[in-house]
Design a protein around this ligand. Structure first.
Ligand SMILES: Nc1ncnc2c1ncn2[C@@H]1O[C@H](COP(=O)(O)OP(=O)(O)OP(=O)(O)O)[C@@H](O)[C@H]1O
Ligand SMILES: [Mg+2]
Length: 313
């Protein structure tokens, strides 16, 4: 039986009314995406690409202009499903309450009761390393501390799906490491994580798959390896060959030769014929940053959605 996707956007468009009544900003344009259960999915894109908009639609904070979407098998906005989801907003805005009370409040909103709620609250505050300040009012918290409380409230109900809109932007390196561990543990427990982030190295380290959104559309989707390995060029590592016969770089007795995919076979045969040995053949890897910049530039550089005169269709 095919599994129910954790999140599914089907041809979703979202227009916001601009400053003038006749003008509309198209934040999502025929946006389609499927997130499978059990994966850590990275959601990338330049500022203004539509990531937060997509997340707010899924959580049910607003409605799409057209198209449809489902979260854990139910239409976006289905209230009981929301209780099975943990959400950390981009700009953590929390009531000015002691951290512990606040986490308890969100747990209670999700239908949790003592003693389970008390135990989970204590555990989650420990998880984000806020136990010592649990009694302090979050109104006086630093940005990173707020993000940690936000994460604790997102985790308190032990959600099946965790939706995080830039969870680590204000965190120090230790905090980021902690978040990575938390997300990896969530995956081990069979949960799904949907993670919007500008921290490309974090995404590259933990995400099973990722999507890059440009101007309200998915420009690329796939595993990190699929997106970064350009299949058109390879590096052949060889040893025992005459350096003068090949163009490449020498390192510790090995020679690295970069070739287009089409001449890969020919080069390998030439190495063998000259008595050499092929040690490895690897596709060239781009960095995630290179791919990101390339995609943003292909789309006219200016990535932020422009106002247009057309209203919702
Ligand atoms: N409430 C709103 N009213 C009008 N326009 C909006 C509103 N919210 C977002 N937009 C516009 O929709 C587009 C997408 O915004 P969104 O916040 O979804 O981007 P994002 O990908 O989350 O960007 P960032 O990386 O900066 O967080 C932008 O052009 C933005 O100006
Ligand atoms: Mg955003």
């Amino acid at each position: 039986m095919p599994s129910v996707p954790a999140l599914e956007f089907n041809d979703v468009s979202k227009q916001y009314r601009g400053f003038f009544r006749s003008q509309w900003v198209t934040a999502l344009r025929n946006f389609s995406l499927r997130v499978e259960p059990g994966e850590i999915f990275g959601f990338l894109g330049p500022n203004g690409a539509g990531k937060t908009t997509a997340i707010h639609l899924a959580i049910g904070l607003m409605f799409s202009s057209s198209g449809r979407g489902e979260m854990l098998g139910h239409k976006f906005g289905h209230a009981p499903t929301r209780r099975r989801v943990g959400f950390l907003a981009e700009n953590v805005a929390l009531y000015h309450r002691p951290a512990e009370k606040l986490v308890r409040f969100y747990g209670a909103l999700n239908g949790m009761r003592d003693p389970h709620l008390r135990r989970r609250t204590t555990e989650m505050l420990k998880e984000v390393e806020l136990t010592e300040v649990a009694g302090r009012n979050v109104g006086k918290f630093s940005r990173g501390m707020l993000q940690r409380v936000g994460l604790a409230q997102a985790l308190v109900n032990d959600p099946e799906l965790l939706i995080l809109d830039e969870p680590a932007s204000a965190l120090d390196p230790l905090g980021r490491l902690r978040v990575r561990e938390i997300l990896q543990r969530a995956r081990e427990a069979g949960k799904t994580v949907f993670l919007s982030s500008h921290l490309l190295s974090e995404v590259e380290q933990i995400c099973d798959r990722l999507a890059i959104v440009i101007k309200g559309r998915v420009a690329r989707v796939g595993t990190v390896a699929e997106l970064l390995e350009a299949q058109d060029r390879f590096v052949i590592t060889a040893k025992g060959i005459d350096a003068l016969m090949f163009e490449g770089t020498q390192q510790n007795g090995f020679m690295k030769i970069t070739v287009p995919a089409l001449s890969q076979r020919q080069t390998i045969e030439k190495i063998w014929l000259s008595g050499g040995e092929v040690v490895a053949v690897n596709p060239i890897r781009r960095t995630l940053e290179e791919l990101f910049v390339e995609l943003a530039n292909q789309n006219g550089g200016g990535h932020i959605a422009q106002e247009d005169a057309r209203g919702p269709k």
